[in-house]
Design a protein around this ligand. Structure first.
Ligand SMILES: Cc1ncc(COP(=O)(O)O)c(C=O)c1O
Length: 286
């Protein structure tokens, strides 16, 4: 049976899905999204992701087209196509189709939002990346000032990721006026003398669901945590650096540009948090 996607109330094969070129998502990148991992057939931290979706919708002044229960049902239906499997759930809402291209959205014939959701197999992160750690490349954070919203207009993030990869890294570490903000599609943590440090939530970074979970797990395990801004020069002298996201979980960074972090191996706190993270996932299914 061919997989279906969800589009505006219907489940249909991806090959049959059609969206108008006059959709504001296509014309302006006017929309928001979520990426949710599904472990063993269960959406991970779904409530938190749906809350952040609401937060992003509020941020762009777009009413949520679905209730929480309706979102849960869409997710459930898509996940059920491969029950028990690890998957990647993608949700997107745009401001919908209009008749004329106009920046302003109140003058428009207020169209109905376009709602799209799909589920695809979750690629297990490459084991070697976790064993050896990865190199990240620092780049100027050229993005706008609403980085706390998960919006689909991702051209800066796309260019930054490509630039990092072209320079031999797996991710960009973005720096604004000397302060490290986040990755192109991840948050970062640093370990400094046994303390786990990550920047506080501001408009300059996405409030990551993985970030929040790591802070929760660290606090439960009585690992000292500080939410404070981090200078690039401090990060380069850290004992450990990690990147975190729903797709990559907790990725150890062992090199930043040409600087090797500590002894160049994933550190003890990374091992500890990775273990706590896997236990948390397993406990969800008991
Ligand atoms: C810019 C940015 N920061 C951080 C994250 C990590 O967020 P989460 O842990 O919710 O996946 C992402 C995820 O894609 C992202 O795009």
């Amino acid at each position: 049976m061919m997989d279906s996607i969800y589009l505006n109330g219907a489940y249909l094969p991806l090959s049959e899905a059609r969206i108008s070129p006059m959709d504001r998502g296509f014309l302006f990148g006017d929309g928001v999204y979520e990426v949710i991992p599904v472990y063993a057939g269960k959406a991970f931290r779904l409530d938190e992701h749906l809350k952040r979706l609401q937060f992003s919708l509020d941020g762009i002044q777009l009413d949520n087209p679905l209730t929480t229960e309706a979102w849960q049902e869409v997710c459930y239906q898509l996940i059920q196509q491969h029950p028990g499997a690890d998957q990647n759930l993608y949700l997107q809402v745009t401001r919908g189709e209009v008749t004329t291209r106009d920046h302003s959205f109140r003058r428009q014939d207020a169209g109905t939002p376009t709602v799209f959701a799909m589920c695809s197999p979750l690629k297990a992160p490459d084991k070697e990346l976790f064993e050896k750690g990865v190199r990240s490349v620092t780049l100027d954070d050229i993005r706008w000032q609403y980085c706390h919203l998960k919006v689909i207009s991702l051209i800066s993030n796309v260019l930054l990721r490509q630039q990092a990869e072209d320079a031999g890294g797996v991710e960009a570490l973005l720096v604004r006026d000397g302060w490290v903000t986040e990755g192109s599609a991840s948050n970062f943590f640093m370990v400094q003398q046994g303390v786990l440090v990550t920047p506080p939530k501001t408009h300059q970074l996405l409030p990551g669901i993985t970030r929040d979970l790591i802070l929760e797990l660290a606090e439960e395990a009585r690992i000292p945590v500080r939410e404070e801004a981090v200078k690039l020069e401090t990060l380069l002298r850290a004992d450990e650096v990690w990147l975190t996201s729903s797709v990559r979980e907790i990725l150890p960074v062992t090199q930043v540009d040409d600087t090797v972090i500590a002894d160049g191996k994933p550190g003890p706190l990374w091992h500890k948090l990775t273990q706590l993270f896997s236990e948390f996932k397993i406990n969800l299914h008991r």
